[in-house]
Design a protein around this ligand. Structure first.
Ligand code: GLN
Length: 480
């Protein structure tokens, strides 16, 4: 078996026991990338020289008998909206096409300290706004299971690079489903932590009150290893919780109470719901008690999400004036307003749409009608979820209501595009953790099982995810 196929945990073992060197592993991965990238397009920047250099230094450390960290040698791709010192961070936008951060995001610092090797930056929808990675300046990322289909988004590059065996794992960001959606479409594991568990310092903001950075991997175990490294208080992000640093583990637990959200399965493609009912049966066989439950205000969730997300986005994107960050545009011949307008016309259509909608819902005549209402829905949804968590350990449903669709199929219809987020936005609006685990295939295309838990109940959520993964044994990698 080629070493690039190994899971993160196996890589650490292999390197530490000198079965293979980190340099061999990283070189093999770059060969793999060269082979499959023309089909997949998961990366926007490759970090080959530095990656190999870090691998050689790690090999020396191991030869010298020094400590090497829990992620020693693990090759990661990083979504290109997470700041990496000295390495371009473009957000797949013209507005940041030449931006090279002067600092690392907190998550990057922690991963590097744990021995991980960043091999490149992964494609995304511009500023993480989208569900397919089609709104990227670098072209769409293609689904490794069928390259005529979307990879999901906005962390499409992250999930596709992991599925296509171009790296062991990745980091994405999840504002309304962007880690879980592509994880589901590409049949890998993707986790959105509880709001406040992982530092957002160095994540380019889209909608601050909704988003978290989250790991993507081929197994629940790999996702746990990364979460253990990145989670915990950060003095640079005061939305992080200052309770003691959690450590998650893999444990088999029986008798957990599972609620299946009926609104999620009712609204899904028949092929998708069938797989989810099958997943519930699998959990039952493993000793869980599953029941259908209702979450009535989910009908307002999308409207609430898109109101709050665009409002926050309109404010966050105001800083891109091509003066502090930007691209090469000669100011000669412009007065201030026309320069500003001309420069900002370089946002893509979807980002512009969100700036306009977001400014509208915040404007004085409409604030109460839209923005305030959206927050009322958010509170309502949170109360309904909290009530359910008094009775159930986890709630499950599909991650995505549909199967990965053809590239171009929804790109011209924003509403149709937004609808695919119906099952993922709930976790962001309520701040609760959620994970997508491969559930199987319908018509040969991946289906993801979503598992949600109460705030900071990641361990319970992971227990169910691990139990399901061990029992379901879903095929992991596509032929490419
Ligand atoms: N698809 C959603 C949006 O476009 C979610 C994006 C995300 O989670 N970053 O807003």
């Amino acid at each position: 078996m080629p070493i690039y196929t190994l899971e993160a945990g196996q890589v650490v073992q292999g390197i530490k026991s000198k079965e293979f060197s980190a340099e061999e592993y990283i070189s093999q991965l770059f060969e793999r990338i060269e082979k499959v990238e023309p089909k997949v397009n998961a990366f926007v920047t490759l970090n080959k020289e530095e990656g190999l250099d870090r691998a050689r230094r790690l090999d020396k450390k191991i030869r010298d008998g020094e400590q090497s960290g829990p992620l020693a040698g693990v090759a990661l791709s990083i979504k290109d909206n997470i700041c990496t010192k000295g390495m371009k961070t473009t957000c797949s936008s013209k507005m940041l096409e030449s931006y090279i951060p002067a600092y690392d995001a907190t998550v990057i610092k922690r991963l590097m300290a744990a021995g991980a090797i960043i091999i490149g930056k992964a494609n995304l929808d511009e500023f993480a706004m989208g569900s397919t990675t089609e709104f990227s300046r670098h072209g769409p990322t293609r689904n490794p299971w069928d390259i005529s289909r979307v990879s999901g988004g906005s962390s499409g590059g992250s999930a596709a690079s992991v599925a296509a065996l171009e790296c062991a794992a990745s980091l994405g960001s999840d504002t309304g489903g962007s880690v879980r959606c592509p994880a589901s479409f590409c049949s890998v594991v993707g986790l959105k932590p509880t709001y406040g568990l992982v530092s957002r310092f160095g994540l380019v903001s889209y909608a601050n009150s909704l988003e978290q950075i989250g790991p993507v991997g081929r197994t629940v175990s790999d996702v746990v290893s990364i979460l253990n490294v990145i989670a915990g208080f950060d003095e640079n992000d005061h939305t992080t919780t200052n309770s003691s640093k959690p450590t998650y583990s893999l444990q088999e637990r029986k008798g957990l109470r599972v609620g299946l959200i009926k609104e999620f399965t009712e609204g899904a493609d028949p092929g998708v719901s069938k797989m989810i009912y099958k997943a519930a049966e699998t959990l039952e066989k493993q000793g869980c008690k599953c029941e259908e439950v209702s979450l009535p205000s989910v009908q307002y969730a999308l409207a609430s999400y898109y109101t709050i997300a665009t409002a926050e986005a309109s404010s966050n994107l105001a800083r891109y004036d091509n003066i502090r960050y930007g691209f090469d545009m000669n100011p000669e011949g412009y007065e201030w307003n026309s320069y500003f307008a001309r420069a900002r016309s370089n946002f893509g259509d979807e980002a512009k749409r969100r700036i306009i909608v977001g400014s509208y819902v915040l404007s004085s005549g409409y604030y109460g009608k839209y923005y305030l209402k959206a927050h009322q829905v958010r509170s309502l949804l949170k109360r309904e979820m909290e009530t359910l968590f008094k009775k159930y350990d986890v709630l499950i449903g599909p991650t995505m209501p549909i199967l990965p669709f053809k590239i171009g199929e929804r790109i011209d219809d924003p509403l149709k595009m937004y609808l695919v987020d119906i099952d993922t936005v709930v976790a962001n609006l309520t701040g609760m953790p959620a994970i997508s685990v491969p559930a199987g295939f319908a018509d040969g295309l991946p289906v993801g099982l979503q598992i949600m838990a109460d705030q900071f109940a990641e361990q319970t959520m992971l227990d169910v995810a691990y139990l399901f993964e061990q029992a379901a044994k879903v095929q992991r990698s596509p032929e490419l």
